[in-house]
Design a protein around this ligand. Structure first.
Ligand SMILES: [Zn+2]
Length: 473
């Protein structure tokens, strides 16, 4: 047990996660975090406790651990986001986390703020907000929503999965803000951070808790592991749900493909550093964060969002770093099927004017998403409802790798992607529907599942289906 801190200038927290019980991890000490220091202010609801009693298991510990984790994520992304970026207007000027929102194994970002939960499993009460991995993942949703609010309501399994991948990438990158973790990871992986480690194993404690009652829902050693071998497939061709050792179009599981490629890219950029030490890994994290942000400023919302984002990252590297990391990133995207070899080659040889266009988006490129109507009777609703379609103009002709070789077909139909995602949501019980909109023959709306989407009436009286939150598992 760490000794009480008498100077009271530091707080105790976890490096990245409490770990799976029986926990052997020791908390680390960090300077008292100041959530309102940066341009993206964060806070934890409730009165600020003294930090003198902040031992694992106490409310004080959970408070300071959460403020520290949210601050890490806000500090990391604050370095890379365009100046003047603010939280989504619905959030307000401060992203506030509520730590004990109820009894669940979950965590939400709902455009009001962040919600964390507690649940007792096998004698251990798991507080999701105590894990920096979980807290930085949820903060990641808020960061991406600040940068690209149009992704929130885009009906596309791949776009929704990218939001989840961004949360996991946020957890990975923000944990490098804790200098000691980078050293630990290099020691654990013998200098090869592409291997499975504390950095790649996300939310070990929450994963353990879910594993006790639903072992097929999580990976063997954590919730999701970024050191993985997932290869891209068109989500339309995948089942909406599968055990964690298979691929499905469910966004959390599908997110692992992009996170896996990103993690391998991070290791590749690390290998290019002059000093392959902890500081070198932190530097590689900054390169990857800057490329993600630069790409996402201008990546249009299209069904093949992974390939389009990867292409924009390669273009951004040519603009920001003279293409220094293009070979490492290309190898990672090719290995995970996000780009075909031919697509990566075409991206490495862009003309000057194409690079300029990526750096400074032409007006109208990221136009508001068109809507389409879906027949309600298919799902037992009284009327048609509208959803937003991922139909912005693609900039690069990239579609991802075909398993047999070459590329997938270039034309991915945005409307088909949207309808497939709608059906996934209804099949998985993710949609809340008001009683007066349900027909007597409607299949039971599952009240036991977390509803990520809801049908509601617009001002003109028509029905619309939209997102209400991102949930953790
Ligand atoms: Zn999430």
């Amino acid at each position: 047990m760490t000794q009480p801190d008498t100077k009271t200038q530091t707080i105790r927290t976890w490096e990245d996660d409490p770990g799976q019980p029986p926990a052997a991890r020791q908390p680390i000490q960090r300077p008292i975090p100041n959530g309102s220091a940066g341009p993206l202010a964060v806070a934890v609801a409730g009165a600020r406790p003294a930090q003198s009693g902040d031992y694992p298991g106490s409310e004080e510990f959970r408070y300071w651990a959460a403020v520290d984790a949210l601050s890490r994520a806000a500090t990391f992304w604050g370095k890379h986001l365009p100046a003047g970026t603010t939280w989504n207007p619905d959030v307000g000027s401060v992203l506030e986390a509520t730590l004990d929102f109820g009894d669940l194994l979950n965590a939400y970002y709902d455009r009001e703020g962040l919600k964390f939960f507690r649940h007792a499993v096998a004698g251990v009460t798991v507080h999701s907000g105590e894990s920096p991995d979980v807290a930085c993942h949820e903060t990641g949703h808020a960061i991406l929503d600040a940068l690209r609010p149009d992704l929130w309501g885009a009906f596309s399994a791949e776009v929704a999965a990218f939001h989840e991948a961004f949360g996991d990438m946020s957890a990975i990158l923000a944990s490098l803000e804790v200098g000691s973790l980078a050293d630990d990871v290099l020691a654990e992986t013998h200098g090869n951070p592409a291997q499975s480690s504390r950095l790649s194993r996300l939310a070990e404690q929450l994963g353990w808790a879910i594993r006790q009652s639903a072992p097929d829902k999580v990976e063997a050693d954590c919730l999701r592991n970024a050191a993985n071998s997932w290869f891209y497939q068109d989500p339309i061709a995948l089942p909406p749900l599968a055990p964690a050792n298979q691929l499905s179009s469910e966004p959390h599981y599908f997110s692992r493909i992009f996170t896996g490629a990103f993690f391998e890219g991070l290791a590749g950029v690390f290998r290019q550093q002059q000093n392959r030490d902890g500081a070198g890994l932190v530097k590689a994290g900054d390169v990857m964060g800057s490329l993600l942000v630069a790409a996402l400023r201008t990546t249009p919302v299209v069904p093949r969002f992974y390939a389009q984002t990867a292409a924009h990252m390669l273009a951004a590297d040519q603009t920001l770093y003279g293409g220094a990391h293009v070979p490492a990133l290309s190898a990672a995207f090719i290995r995970h099927g996000i780009l075909s070899p031919g697509e990566a080659i075409s991206m490495a040889t862009l003309a000057e004017e194409q690079l300029t266009a990526v750096a400074e988006p032409e007006p109208g490129l990221l136009a508001p998403l068109d809507e389409t109507t879906v027949p309600g009777e298919r799902f037992g609703l009284t009327d048609v409802f509208s959803v937003r379609v991922p139909a912005q103009e693609p900039r690069f002709r990239v579609a991802g790798a075909a398993p047999e070789g070459g590329e997938l077909e270039q034309v991915a139909n945005p409307e088909r992607a949207a309808l497939s995602f709608v059906e996934d949501l209804f099949r998985q019980g993710r949609v809340e529907v008001p009683d007066d909109v349900l027909t007597p023959a409607a299949p039971v709306v599952d009240g036991t599942r977390t509803h990520t989407h809801a049908v509601a009436r617009t001002e003109s009286g028509e029905l619309s289906l939209d997102r209400v939150l991102f949930a953790a598992p």
